[in-house]
Design a protein around this ligand. Structure first.
Ligand code: FAD
Ligand code: SF4
Length: 548
């Protein structure tokens, strides 16, 4: 069959990394084929806000849009960390029994397979890493240094911000920028305004969060309508997911071909190390693809899986794995959320999700974590969530409480750096196989005592600003109880030493001159809680420029 012929480059995956790579290569005049395992979504029909049950609808998961997974070592719910257990006043069943033999819940991994990848589901926080992240080990003795600097990425950050459309006010945040944000900031909602005021009184500086959501019409996309549903799928297409930004613009060059429901199952290397072939199942048919340049952008779980699945007699550890680092160094981020009811506050269910951020809430843990306003991401945008989770009582008393308190909830989220335990990794599962008969990825991710200590600091900072805002705490949840990571990294990390890294500082694999990685797998560290997509995109733009 013929999908593989005549292309200058093939890109596997169409998420944050794959979308940006495809755009850059097309801009540079190459003919590009994108192979995407998942389906194409249709925003107005797949993410409707006008149907009954809108409040309870999560991001849709049609067949083929979630990878089968197995979990390995997730640690245990040690009674010593019982103080970090999730809870809710309304009795929503989040509290898990502790016990030395009990693992945390594994229900939370929500990455998407589809045209646009996990950016379809993402909220759209668009952060640059702090310059110190690139020198983490040199500065703190913790984690690793990156093999490049903030300055190496600055122009690519700007380019990505322009393409996806990032709105913010440019207030100082320690991340120098040569160009202003392409769009003016969104107005802060009532919950964010309460946090800005309370934070100022206790030394927490809350400010506008850079967001890939349009504050005014931009290119061919409309302005945000503040429906609050970003992580449920944006019905308007103003959120900066790659399907409506990088891929749409790349297709206008006439040089892009995109094939959804095309699952790459194996890569084959020739005697000189070059990748000579990719095996693909396209809507059920087996095909092969040949290409001079191959970009692997399947995300931090599926990228190592595909490299490991491609083991052969010549490459018994899998492709790009002479260092034995593929799948190791799996990094999630630490997450915490505290929610309170603020007497007298109205309308916190309105506005843009994640509209405000506090970059440095804890002077004793600089660069360790950040806070954000997360009421809408917490699902508190309608009455059912209040009744289920936040309010107690029944019948008339519950209705009365709902009338009085709806719109007064404020959630503070915290996301922090996790230095991975050596057990944290992605491997091929020995038992479970997917619909094609291939071993699924197995994720192991263990929180260390140091990680749990940081989680306590995150909780302290979140509670402090809520207390100052006059909130009564009603619900808390965090990484200790559940693997819920929306940010995952590290399984094909970049570096200068081929014995401890999988790719060079641009993303070209050390072992295969025409095989590049451009996704979250490259990250040597997670950063201090910054959302990763903008960095994935910037790295991808830089890699594609180097490869073209
Ligand atoms: C609920 C949620 C909220 C988030 N919020 C934010 C946020 O606000 N800001 C932020 O920066 N980040 C956020 N993230 C994280 C962000 O979405 C991811 O970090 C980012 O999308 C990862 O990019 P990637 O290119 O590594 O992988 P992905 O975007 O996941 O893309 C990988 C693609 O590869 C495809 N693929 C996999 N295997 C194969 C195969 N064998 N053959 C062909 N194709 C394949 C997949 O189908 C997928 O489309 C969020 C994530 C979630 C789940
Ligand atoms: S709040 Fe704005 S960006 Fe988010 S889903 Fe609604 S319209 Fe899209």
């Amino acid at each position: 069959m013929t999908i593989g012929s005549g292309h200058d480059a093939v890109v596997i995956g169409s998420g944050a990394g794959g979308g940006a790579v495809a755009w850059q290569l097309c801009q540079m005049g190459l003919k590009v084929l994108v192979l995407e395992a998942g389906p194409a979504f249709d925003p107005p029909t797949d993410y409707p806000l006008t149907t009954a049950g809108w409040e309870r609808r999560g991001f849709p998961s049609p067949p083929g849009s979630r990878a089968m997974l197995r979990y390995g070592d997730l640690g245990t719910l040690d009674p010593d960390s019982e103080d970090l257990a999730s809870w809710s006043r309304g009795g929503f069943p989040w509290r898990l029994p502790s016990g030395a033999a009990r693992p945390p819940s594994d229900a939370g991994y929500s990455h998407v397979m589809g045209l646009g990848g996990s950016t379809l589901h993402y909220v759209g926080e668009s952060h640059r890493l702090h310059p110190d992240v690139f020198r983490r080990h040199s500065l703190t003795g913790q984690g690793r240094d990156w093999p490049l600097s903030y300055d190496d990425l600055e122009s690519y950050y700007s380019q990505a911000e322009q393409v996806i459309g990032v709105a913010s006010d440019g207030a100082a945040d320690g991340r120098p920028r040569a160009a202003p944000y392409p769009l003016p900031p969104h107005p802060l909602g009532p919950g964010a305004r309460a946090l800005v005021a309370a934070g100022a009184r206790i030394g927490q500086r809350w400010q506008v969060n850079p967001r890939a959501a349009l504050s005014q019409p931009y290119n061919d996309r409309p302005a945000c309508n503040y429906c609050g549903g970003c992580s449920r799928g944006c019905p308007l297409g103003d959120k900066g997911s790659t399907d409506v930004t990088f891929l749409r613009q790349a297709s206008r060059t006439g040089r892009l071909s995109v094939v959804p429901e095309a699952i790459v199952t194996r890569l084959l290397a020739g005697p000189n190390g070059r990748i000579v072939r990719a095996d693909v199942i396209v809507q059920g048919r087996a095909e092969t693809v040949e290409t001079p340049i191959l970009f692997l952008c399947a995300g931090a779980v599926q990228t190592p899986r595909l490299l490991l699945l491609s083991a052969s007699a010549d490459q018994p550890l899998g492709l790009a794995n002479s260092s034995d680092q593929v799948g190791r160094n799996f990094i999630e981020t630490l997450a915490w959320r505290s929610t309170g009811l603020v007497a007298g506050l109205k309308g916190s269910h309105r506005g843009l999700p994640a509209d405000a951020i506090c970059w440095a809430p804890d002077a004793a843990d600089p660069g360790g974590f950040r806070l954000n306003h997360t009421t809408l991401e917490a699902g508190l945008n309608g009455p059912i969530a209040y009744a289920n989770r936040l309010l107690s009582g029944h019948g008339v008393a519950l209705k009365e409480a709902l009338r009085n308190q709806f719109g007064s909830a404020v959630s503070v989220g915290a996301i922090g750096e996790l230095v991975p335990d050596e057990r944290s990794r992605v491997t091929l599962d020995a038992q479970m196989r997917d619909a094609l008969g291939l071993p699924v990825a197995q994720i192991s991710s263990v929180l260390t005592p140091a990680a749990l200590d940081r989680l306590r600091r995150m909780r302290l900072a979140a509670r402090a600003v809520l207390a100052e805002a006059g909130a009564e705490l009603v619900e808390e949840a965090g990484s200790r109880d559940a693997f819920t990571a929306t940010h995952v990294f590290g399984t094909a990390r970049m570096g200068t030493d081929p014995t401890t890294s999988v790719t060079d500082p641009f993303g070209r694999t050390h072992d295969h001159p025409n095989l590049w990685v451009a996704d979250a797998s490259l990250f040597p560290g997670s950063g201090g809680g910054e959302s990763p997509s903008l960095t994935i995109m910037a790295l991808a733009l830089r890699a594609a420029k180097a490869a073209a």
